[in-house]
Design a protein around this ligand. Structure first.
Ligand SMILES: *Cc1c(COP(=O)(O)O)cnc(C)c1O
Length: 472
């Protein structure tokens, strides 16, 4: 496929300006170098972008089971509402009295998400999940410092946590203490008891964890941390499994982040914008990021706030989509979405586990892992080969090699928006791939064959990133 620059022919363009009636305009500073813009006709421009869009795998083009990402279908009504001029064309510097509707969106969403999480107040400033983690950790530190407790410098994180948890803790200036999982994939409570102490600022728990399992000993875990004076953080990016069923606030957690761009139905995968609001119990509310919005309960005085973590009020239109999603589904609908997400994952797991290797003997939550370890030992076909083979069958690969604690991991998250027919079709394709792999292992090493480029050298691509077009 030719790039726009390669299609360019001098003199072609996509616009016409009137030739008379335009005054001469003198720029105060003239650029001296030539601006290299492509000259293309309007139709060629459209065809170019149309062709590019066809190369993108999106949820509207096919199954997208990328584990840990909740690539669910996003109802279009969310976008219709988000594009209403009264929402889309307002400016954050407008006086609040002129944008009362937008303020009400935050009020309603605050109430709705507090209800879903069992928390007392939310902050909508964080722009994504990891940013929410970081902000919450700042609030946790501000809380300890407010109580003149300066020794709490460590954050305990189970090895089944999402990778962003330790990264956020380090970014926020904490030392990370990792604790192992039991062979069944749950937090090792004995190991936790050994490391908790007066230096514990918090524990971060991803639930369901990255193995797709609902932690067993949550009450015990939150109690242990609280007894030692620490706070407990809930990574709620996997809320799609438990929405309307259990609430972090009821399980003893002090603060939580949500991924609106996963659970609450904003298209993602293209790099944003997202939204990672945090919700907390009353004791932490004074430390939340500052806001000029009047929705927060009892926090007129925010002397102890961690300040601002982002300009203005966060990604408003993502928040708006979340509100539309919640209102259109209602409480029962949210619960039903989670139940279907869990059902779909268990259904697909039961279909794939006999083919690809079981990793769990218990029920999974909204996502599951199969491991290509034994296939690899037998015929030398790895998870990455299977993932590339899936692309040739029009299915987006699952997340592979994550979590790190499972060898040759393939992590599937089908989500609630897929039908039984789609799940059966995908299971059938996965069966075909296995059959082909045993018949001719080399064929999968050569996949994908249907994409513009075949097997990329991923290390080279990461180490030697070339993002600039070079003119000859
Ligand atoms: C996606 C995810 C995150 C990080 O969210 P981002 O918006 O990508 O920063 C954190 N925790 C879990 C469990 C996740 O799935």
């Amino acid at each position: 496929m030719k790039l726009l620059y390669e299609l360019s022919k001098e003199g072609r363009n996509s616009f016409q300006l009137p030739t008379d009636g335009i005054k001469d305009y003198t720029l105060c500073e003239k650029r001296t170098s030539h601006v290299r813009l492509p000259d293309v006709a309007e139709i060629d421009l459209h065809r170019y972008y149309q062709a590019l869009s066809k190369r993108v795998h999106c949820i509207e083009s096919g199954f997208y089971p990328l584990g840990s990402c909740t690539m669910k279908y996003n109802p279009k009504i969310n976008d219709v509402v988000a594009s209403l001029p009264g929402f889309a064309e307002i400016h954050p510097l407008q006086d609040l009295s002129t944008v009362k509707g937008a303020v009400e969106v935050y009020e309603l969403l605050n109430r709705g998400l507090c209800e879903v999480t069992g928390m007392d107040a939310m902050s909508f400033q964080p722009a994504a999940g990891a940013h929410g983690e970081f902000t919450a950790l700042l609030a946790i530190r501000a809380y300890h410092h407010h109580h003149s407790d300066f020794a709490r410098t460590k954050v305990i994180i189970p090895d089944s946590a999402h990778g962003t948890n330790p990264a956020s803790a380090v970014m926020a200036g904490f030392e990370v203490v990792s604790i192992p999982s039991t062979p069944e994939g749950f937090v090792d409570i004995e190991a936790l008891k050994k490391v908790v102490g007066k230096d514990t600022a918090a524990l971060m728990l991803t639930n369901p964890n990255t193995l797709g399992k609902f932690e067993k000993g949550i009450k015990e875990i939150t109690n242990i941390i609280h007894e030692h004076g620490g706070l407990v953080y809930y990574d709620g990016a996997n809320l799609n499994a438990v929405m309307g069923i259990v609430r972090p606030g009821d399980m003893g957690f002090d603060i939580v982040h949500l991924n609106l761009h996963k659970t609450f139905s904003t298209p993602h995968g293209g790099g944003g914008p997202g939204s990672g609001p945090i919700g907390c119990k009353k004791i932490l509310v004074p430390f939340l990021p500052k806001t000029e919005l009047p929705y927060r309960c009892g926090t007129e005085e925010q002397f102890d706030s961690v300040g601002k973590v982002r300009s203005f009020h966060g990604n408003f239109l993502v928040s708006l989509r979340a509100l539309v999603y919640m209102i259109t589904l209602g409480g029962k609908g949210l619960r039903n979405a989670s139940e279907m997400a869990v059902l779909n994952a268990n259904y697909l797991y039961k279909k794939l586990a006999p083919l690809y290797g079981e990793t769990a003997d218990t029920i999974c939550m909204h996502e599951f892992i199969v491991s290509a370890e034994s296939i690899n030992k037998e015929i030398g076909v790895r998870a990455i080969d299977i993932a590339k083979g899936m692309m040739d069958k029009g299915v987006h690969p699952p997340t592979i090699y994550f979590p790190l604690i499972v060898k040759e991991a393939m992590m599937f998250e089908p989500t609630e928006t897929e039908s039984l027919d789609t799940l059966n079709e995908v299971a059938e394709k996965m069966k075909e791939i296995i059959g082909e792999a045993y018949a001719d292992p080399q064929a999968l090493h050569d996949a994908p064959k249907s994409t513009p480029i075949g097997r990329a050298d991923e290390v080279m691509a990461a180490r030697n990133l070339i993002l600039r077009y070079r003119f000859h």
